[in-house]
Write a protein that binds this ligand. Structure first.
Ligand code: AMP
Ligand code: MG
Length: 313
C-alpha cells in the first residue's frame, strides 16, 4: 500500500470517509484513526499495528455532541470530568452505545472517549464528520510516536495516509479514567494528574494494579513503550555503570561517559522528549538507556509509569 503524506486535514479526512486508516497528530502522541462505526476500517488498525485484539481503542470526538452516539448513558461524574477537561489529554471510560462495534472496544461493554485540543487534530476530526477510534500510531510494543517521522518509521506502506504536524506537545498518552463505577478510577496516568481530577471529583481513586486492573484496562498488561535498547532507571547519572554503548536522559549530568545524552529542564520537557529519545537511541545502536527517576508529582507520575513499563520489557 502507498502511504500518502500530507499537511492538509481535509485531504487526510477523505481516507477516513472512504474506509481507510490515517495517522494524525494530537497533543499527547500521534494516533492511527478509523471511522468508529466502520468495522472493516477498525480491523485495519489492529492489522497495521499488529495490535492484540483484546486491547481496546479510544474514540476521538471533535464535538461534545458526538459523545451521545458513542455512549449508552453517562454518569454524573463523567459529565463533570468532561465539563472540566474536554478538550484535553483526558479519556473517560463510559458505557458503550449499541452502535459501537465490539471490535473497537475489544469486546468490552464500555468505551474510552477523548476530545483533543490540538488544532490540526480538531480540523481533521471536523472534516471526518464522525468519531474516530485511534490508538497510538506505532507498531504494538514500540515507543509511542511523537513525530510524523516516527509514524513513518513504523507504518509507512501499512496505512493510507499520514497527516504531518509538529512534534506532539505533551509526548505521553492521555490519562484514562473509568467512570462506570461508584467512583471514578484512574486506570492510566497522563498529563492530567489525579490531583487535578480530584479538584472536580474528590472521591477519585487510582488503580492499584493486580488482577482486576487486567479486567478493567486490558491493554495495560501488554508490552509497552520499549526501545530495542535495555532501559535502566537510576537515581542519578553517577549510578549508571558502563555497559557497551550507553545513553542518559534526565535532569543533571556529572559524568560524561555516555554516547548520547539528553538533559531536560523540567518534567514536562522530559515527557515531551522521552519516546523520541528512545527511538533516536535505537537508530544510534545504543545498548543501554539510563533514565533518571523523577518525583511522582504532576506529570512525574505518568513519566515513572512509562519508564517502569519500558524497563520491564
Ligand atoms: P493506546 O491508545 O494505544 O494508548 O491504547 C488505548 C488504551 O486505553 C488501552 O490500552 C487501555 O489501557 C485504555 N482503554 C481504552 N478503552 C478502554 C475501555 N473501554 N476500558 C478501559 N480502558 C480502556
Ligand atoms: Mg499505544
Amino acid at each position: 500500500m502507498k502511504t500518502l503524506m500530507t499537511t492538509d486535514p481535509d485531504e487526510a479526512a477523505t481516507f477516513i470517509r472512504g474506509g481507510g486508516i490515517v495517522a494524525f497528530p494530537t497533543e499527547t502522541v500521534y494516533g492511527l484513526g478509523a471511522n468508529v462505526f466502520d468495522e472493516r476500517a477498525v480491523a485495519k488498525i489492529f492489522e497495521a499495528k499488529e495490535r492484540p485484539a483484546d486491547n481496546p481503542l479510544i474514540a476521538h470526538v471533535g464535538e461534545i455532541s458526538q459523545i451521545e452516539e458513542l455512549s449508552g448513558g453517562i454518569t454524573d461524574d463523567a459529565r463533570k470530568l468532561i465539563g472540566a477537561f474536554f478538550p484535553g489529554p483526558l479519556t473517560v471510560v463510559v458505557k458503550r452505545s449499541a452502535k459501537v462495534p465490539l471490535i473497537a472496544t475489544a469486546g468490552l461493554e464500555t468505551i474510552g472517549i477523548r476530545m483533543p485540543w490540538h488544532e490540526l487534530a480538531r480540523k481533521f476530526l471536523a472534516a471526518c464528520g464522525t468519531p474516530v477510534v485511534a490508538p497510538s500510531a506505532n507498531i504494538s510494543g514500540r515507543p509511542s510516536p511523537t513525530t510524523w517521522q516516527a509514524v513513518f518509521e513504523d507504518l509507512d506502506g501499512r496505512i493510507d495516509c499520514i497527516l504531518q504536524g509538529e512534534a506532539t506537545e505533551i509526548g505521553l498518552e492521555s490519562t484514562v479514567v473509568d467512570c462506570t463505577g461508584q467512583v471514578p478510577v484512574v486506570l492510566r496516568s497522563g498529563a492530567i494528574g489525579v490531583e487535578d481530577i480530584r479538584q472536580i471529583v474528590p472521591q477519585t481513586e487510582v488503580f492499584a494494579g493486580g488482577e482486576t486492573s487486567v479486567l478493567a484496562s486490558p491493554g495495560m498488561r501488554h508490552k509497552h513503550y520499549s526501545p530495542r535498547a535495555k532501559v535502566v532507571i537510576v537515581r542519578d547519572a553517577s549510578e549508571a555503570a558502563e555497559q557497551g554503548r550507553s545513553a542518559f536522559i534526565g535532569f543533571e549530568i556529572r559524568s560524561a561517559h555516555f554516547d548520547k545524552v539528553e538533559v531536560c529542564a523540567s518534567g514536562e520537557e522530559y515527557a515531551h522528549r522521552l519516546f523520541a529519545f528512545f527511538r533516536e537511541c535505537d537508530l544510534n545502536k545504543i545498548d543501554v538507556i539510563f533514565c533518571q527517576a523523577v518525583d511522582e508529582k504532576g506529570i512525574g507520575r505518568a513519566l515513572m509509569d512509562r519508564l517502569r513499563r519500558a524497563a520491564e520489557a
